[in-house]
Design a protein around this ligand. Structure first.
Ligand SMILES: Cc1cc2nc3c(=O)[nH]c(=O)nc-3n(C[C@H](O)[C@H](O)[C@H](O)COP(=O)(O)OP(=O)(O)OC[C@H]3O[C@@H](n4cnc5c(N)ncnc54)[C@H](O)[C@@H]3O)c2cc1C
Ligand code: FES
Length: 260
C-alpha cells in the first residue's frame, strides 16, 4: 500500500558498498516493486528521495554521499532511527525474454532490484559504468542475479575505458533485446534513449528531479508537465526524447529552470 505518512523505522544494517556509497537496511512490510522510491528523512536534517535497492520485507536504499542529508545518513548506524514515506512512483516492467540493464554511477542502485527479479530465466546483460573503479558497486549482485556483467570506467581503471553507453552500443549491435532498463546521470540517459530509438528497442528509464512532496502535489518535480514522483520515476525512452527538458534543463529547489 502507498502511504504518504512518515514512518519511523530502525536501521537494521548499514554497509559501505564502495567509496562514499552506503546501503541502509530497515524492516518494512509495505509491498514494493523494482524502480519505486521512498522519501527518507534524516532526523534534524532533511528529507530526500531514494530508490529502493532492496524491495523485500527487509528494504534498503543505496546512496552516494553528496550533501548534508546523505552525509548525515552515512554517519548513522544499526539501531538508529530514520523516517521513511512511501513507497512511491511507478516501477520497471519485465518485458520479453531478453533484457539489457544499463547503470551509470549511483544509478545502479535504482535498477538492481529489477535485475534481481527479472534476470532469472531470461537472457540478461548488465552494462555498469562509473568514473573510476572506486565507483563500481553491485557488479557481484548483478552476476548473482544471472546477468552477464560488463564494466566500464571513464578512466579505464576497471573494465573497459570509456562511457557505459559505448559498451551498450556494442552489445546492441551484436544482440537484440526486448527492453532496456536504465538509470544514471541524465546526460547518459538521454544517450540511452537515443540508442534505444536507433536500435528500435523499448527503453524504461528512471529519472531524477528535485522532489518535495513525493506525491504529486507541489509540482517541484515537473518534467515538461509530467510529474516524476507520480507519473515516473520510470518513463519510456520515446516519451523522454520528446521532452525538451530531458538532458537539458531541470527545476531548482525554488522552481527556476536551470541548465543541466
Ligand atoms: C526518484 C529519485 C530517486 C533517487 N534515488 C537515489 C538513490 O537511489 N541513490 C542516490 O544516491 N541518490 C538518489 N537520488 C538522488 C538523491 O535524492 C540526492 O542525491 C540527495 O537528495 C542529495 O541530498 P543531500 O542533502 O545529501 O545533498 P545536497 O547537497 O542537498 O544536494 C546534492 C544534489 O542532490 C540533488 N538533490 C538534493 N535534494 C534533492 C531532492 N529533494 N530531490 C531530488 N534531488 C535532490 C540535487 O541534484 C542536488 O544538487 C534520487 C533522486 C530521485 C528524484
Ligand atoms: S515532488 Fe511534489 S509533485 Fe512531485
Amino acid at each position: 500500500m502507498h502511504t504518504g505518512k512518515l514512518e519511523i523505522v530502525e536501521i537494521t544494517d548499514i554497509t559501505e558498498e564502495c567509496a562514499d556509497v552506503f546501503t541502509v537496511m530497515y524492516r518494512d512490510r509495505t509491498k514494493a516493486s523494482p524502480g519505486q522510491f521512498i522519501m527518507v528523512w534524516a532526523p534534524g536534517v532533511n528529507e530526500v528521495p531514494m530508490s529502493l535497492s532492496f524491495i523485500g520485507d527487509e528494504k534498503g536504499f543505496t546512496f552516494r554521499v553528496l550533501g548534508k542529508t546523505t552525509t548525515a545518513l552515512s554517519r548513522l548506524g544499526k539501531g538508529d532511527r530514520i523516517g521513511v514515506r512511501g513507497v512511491f512512483g511507478n516501477s520497471f516492467r519485465p518485458v520479453g525474454s531478453r533484457i539489457l540493464f544499463i547503470g551509470g554511477g549511483t544509478g545502479v542502485a535504482s535498477i538492481i532490484s529489477a535485475a534481481d527479479l527479472f534476470s532469472p530465466g531470461r537472457r540478461a546483460v548488465a552494462a555498469i559504468g562509473a568514473k573510476n573503479r572506486d565507483g563500481i558497486f553491485f557488479a557481484g549482485r548483478m552476476k548473482q542475479a544471472g546477468a552477464d556483467v560488463l564494466i566500464s570506467t571513464d578512466d579505464g581503471s576497471q573494465g573497459e575505458k570509456g562511457f557505459v553507453t559505448a559498451v551498450a552500443r556494442r552489445v546492441l549491435e551484436r544482440e537484440d533485446f526486448d527492453t532496456i532498463i536504465a538509470c544514471g546521470p541524465e546526460l547518459m540517459l538521454r544517450r540511452v534513449a537515443e540508442l534505444a530509438s536507433e536500435f528500435r528497442t523499448p527503453a524504461q528509464i528512471s529519472t531524477e528531479r528535485f522532489m518535495k512532496c513525493g506525491i504529486g502535489i507541489c509540482d517541484a518535480c515537473s518534467l515538461n508537465g509530467a510529474l516524476v514522483c507520480r507519473d515516473g520515476p520510470v518513463f519510456d525512452g520515446e516519451f523522454l526524447l520528446g521532452c525538451d527538458d530531458f538532458g537539458r534543463y531541470r527545476l531548482s529547489p525554488c522552481g527556476a529552470r536551470v541548465p543541466i
